[in-house]
Design a protein around this ligand. Structure first.
Ligand code: 5GP
Length: 189
């Protein structure tokens, strides 16, 4: 496969992906988180340039015009998200593998743009009800945005078979072991 590999992880919101990704990054030094750009507001504790590059809509649209994104999308109503090309390059320049955490459409778009260089992984939750409970427990959503996230998750689940690998996040330790094995195998090739 050669250079410039890319790992794309997709999971419905509330699937526990953030914890999984964090654990994966701790144990795989050759993999680095690719920071996306977005126009939603930072959540409590999120930092610009660490969790996301936060932009307003006008700035984001200018970046689209400048062809700065490997892919971009309006993921939620009025909220744009995108993978900056410069971010992928920054990581490749260090000889590392970017790990991109994006939604289904973004994942499929990246695979189409970088054919043969991507490992696509889908993280499944045991059920939509478990997912709804996890989102409720997180306490970051309004009733409307909670429903929007659960419906999007139901839709995204139908795409799981298009991914190279599926990891079920039922038990965190099992999921992290699976994920590590899959990523190490890809990184080592
Ligand atoms: P959140 O608002 O919870 O941080 O993210 C919402 C959704 O946006 C998640 O499904 C996440 O994977 C997706 N997302 C994050 N960054 C990107 C990106 O760069 N491109 C696309 N297409 N989706 C993204």
């Amino acid at each position: 496969m050669g250079k410039n590999k890319l790992i794309v992880i997709t999971a419905p919101s509330g699937s526990g992906k953030t914890t999984l990704v964090k654990r994966l990054l701790e144990s795989c030094p050759e993999v680095e988180f690719s920071i996306s750009a977005c126009t939603r507001l930072p959540r409590n504790g999120e930092m610009n340039g660490k969790d996301y590059y936060f932009y307003n809509e006008e700035e984001f649209k200018r970046l689209i015009e400048e062809d700065a994104f490997a892919e971009w999308e309006m993921v939620y109503t009025g909220k744009y998200y995108g993978t900056p090309k410069a971010e992928l390059q920054r990581i490749w320049d260090k000889g590392r593998i970017p790990l991109v955490d994006i939604d289904v459409q973004g994942a499929l778009a990246l695979r189409a743009s970088y054919p043969g260089h991507c490992l696509t992984i889908f993280i499944e939750t045991p059920s939509l009800e478990v997912l709804r409970q996890r989102l409720l427990a997180r306490g970051t959503e309004t009733p409307h945005s909670l429903d929007e996230r659960v419906s999007k998750a139901a839709y995204e689940l139908t795409f799981a078979p298009h991914f190279d690998r599926i990891v079920i996040n039922d038990n965190l330790d099992t999921a992290i072991t699976d994920l590590n094995r899959i990523v190490e195998e890809f990184a080592g090739n």
